[in-house]
Design a protein around this ligand. Structure first.
Ligand SMILES: Nc1ncnc2c1ncn2[C@@H]1O[C@H](COP(=O)(O)OP(=O)(O)OP(=O)(O)O)[C@@H](O)[C@H]1O
Ligand SMILES: [Mg+2]
Length: 453
């Protein structure tokens, strides 16, 4: 028995006691995209079948020891879906017919031209490819329809899930408010997945991460030649969400001028790309999120009232994690399980670790919890996560106790240092740096602006 191990290829097992036959068949099939294994006898073939994934067997009928018919019966008992083609010498037709009656797919005489055999195998190979394609489509569909990403059974989360289920099928725009890391984007995605637009695109736009100079063309697109360097027309983010959902994250960061243009665009359901004369119709479902208090922003004149009312037809409040303590352990287990599925060693939680998780106030909300579980899973040596694997929660920082800083140092200095460190560590990649810091990319962007990096 030989051949390279691989699960991604259609695998053919050639079983014949005659080494000449084995090697000439192998040579013949070499140009095909198959993985080819071979066995010199019935017993060896069965061992191979019990250890490796095989899709099709070319099985010699007459072999010393266990003959083809016996192998066929045992193999079929073991692997009912296995496709087996019998190979016969001269005059083995009667046995071959018996093999077909016992479930073999076909039989071929070894002396005849192998082209027919090749065709038969090729057919099976194509079916195998189709099956695999169907399987992955099915998995994708199942994933889509069973999409219920919001983990939690606390009353506020149950209420939120109920609202999502009721509001999503309508075309109403939704404003999602909540502290950083509470799951606003997840709620937006849930709205999209429960809507009639679920098969269309979900386009998240981080209003805080687009610089003011390009925000208009990023959102509305531009015509060819609209400005220097615009040698290609672009669609813009709004139009790329056509028929789907446009998620405006950190909407509070949208500059005032843009707010007016955006409002006009959504009221008219039309987009005018920068430098274009004509308006282009667009159909999007709007979901916006903010961790600012937009009512305060209105009062300060930083957010347009008309846009606020247009966006907030329905407003969802995602509660901070400290107000839904019942969900902490559920979420912790959920994250531990997903990380185990991604390949980390599975872990349970010790009673001490649970106490630490429940006693913490989670200023960074669910994102902070997710990060804490990720690092605890990496730190824990045994099968259970211990309190000592959650050092960032059990010491004084972040919890109820006041933060003690060395003389004269300001919290901002630490923050600045942490940001510089994370950016350095990731070679300037903001997405990754934000992940390390346990904040959203938008928050990182705001901090960068604030510290004038
Ligand atoms: N109820 C929940 N169930 C499962 N995972 C959650 C839940 N809430 C949040 N998460 C996870 O926590 C992380 C933060 O959530 P998300 O990005 O949606 O928060 P956010 O409110 O948009 O944060 P920010 O304001 O910082 O952008 C994500 O990885 C998300 O998948
Ligand atoms: Mg977010």
């Amino acid at each position: 028995m030989d051949g390279e191990p691989s699960n991604a290829l259609f695998t053919l097992l050639i079983v014949d006691d005659d080494a000449e036959v084995r090697s000439s068949l192998k040579r013949y099939f070499r140009p095909m995209p198959y993985r080819i294994l071979s066995a010199g006898g019935g017993q060896e073939a069965l061992e191979c079948l019990s250890r490796l994934r095989v899709d099709m067997v070319l099985l010699d009928l007459k072999m010393p020891g266990k003959d083809g018919l016996a192998v066929l019966k045992e193999a079929q008992a073991m692997l009912p879906d296995l496709k087996i083609i019998m190979l016969t010498g001269h005059g083995g037709v009667r046995e071959a017919v018996a093999a077909i009656q016992n479930g073999a797919l076909d039989f071929f005489e070894k002396s005849t031209c192998p082209d027919m055999l090749k065709k038969k195998i090729d057919q099976a190979y194509r079916m195998w490819l189709l099956d695999r394609e169907n399987q992955s489509l099915r998995q994708e569909l199942e994933g889509r329809f069973s999409f219920d990403p919001l983990v939690g059974e606390s009353p506020p989360i149950l209420m939120l899930k109920d609202l999502v289920a009721r509001v999503s099928p309508t075309s109403t725009s939704v404003l999602i408010q909540g502290e950083s890391g509470t799951g606003k984007e997840l709620v937006a995605r849930a709205i999209h997945h429960h809507s009639s637009r679920q098969a269309e695109v979900f386009i998240p736009v981080d209003c805080a991460a687009i610089s003011e100079s390009v925000i208009e063309s990023e959102l509305f697109g531009h015509a060819k030649g609209a400005f220097t360097g615009a040698d290609q027309a672009t669609l813009g983010l709004i139009r790329s969400a056509h028929k789907g959902t446009l998620f405006l994250d950190e909407i509070g960061e949208l500059p005032l001028g843009m707010q007016a243009k955006f409002l006009r665009s959504i009221q008219e359901r039309m987009v005018r790309p920068v430098g274009a004369t004509a308006m282009v119709p667009v159909d999007v479902r709007l979901v916006a999120a903010t961790n600012r208090n937009l009512i305060e922003e209105l009062a300060r004149g930083r957010f347009r009232q008309d846009l606020y009312y247009r966006l907030s037809a329905v407003t969802f409040h995602v509660p901070p994690l400290r107000e839904r303590g019942e969900d902490i352990l559920l979420l912790a287990r959920h994250f531990a399980e997903s990380l185990a599925q991604e390949g980390m060693a599975p872990k349970t939680f010790s009673e001490d670790a649970k106490r630490v998780l429940l006693g913490y106030t989670w200023p960074g909300n669910v994102r902070e919890l997710e990060n804490a579980i990720r690092s605890a899973m990496a730190l824990a040596r045994g099968p259970a996560i211990l309190a000592s694997d959650l050092p960032m929660l059990s010491d004084s920082s972040g919890g109820n106790a006041p933060v003690s800083l060395p003389g004269g140092a300001k919290l901002a200095d630490f923050e600045r240092e942490a940001i510089v460190g994370a950016l350095r560590q990731t070679g300037g990649n903001r997405r990754k740096a934000a992940r390390i810091l346990g904040i959203s990319e938008a928050t990182l962007y705001r901090r960068l602006k604030q510290y004038q990096f």
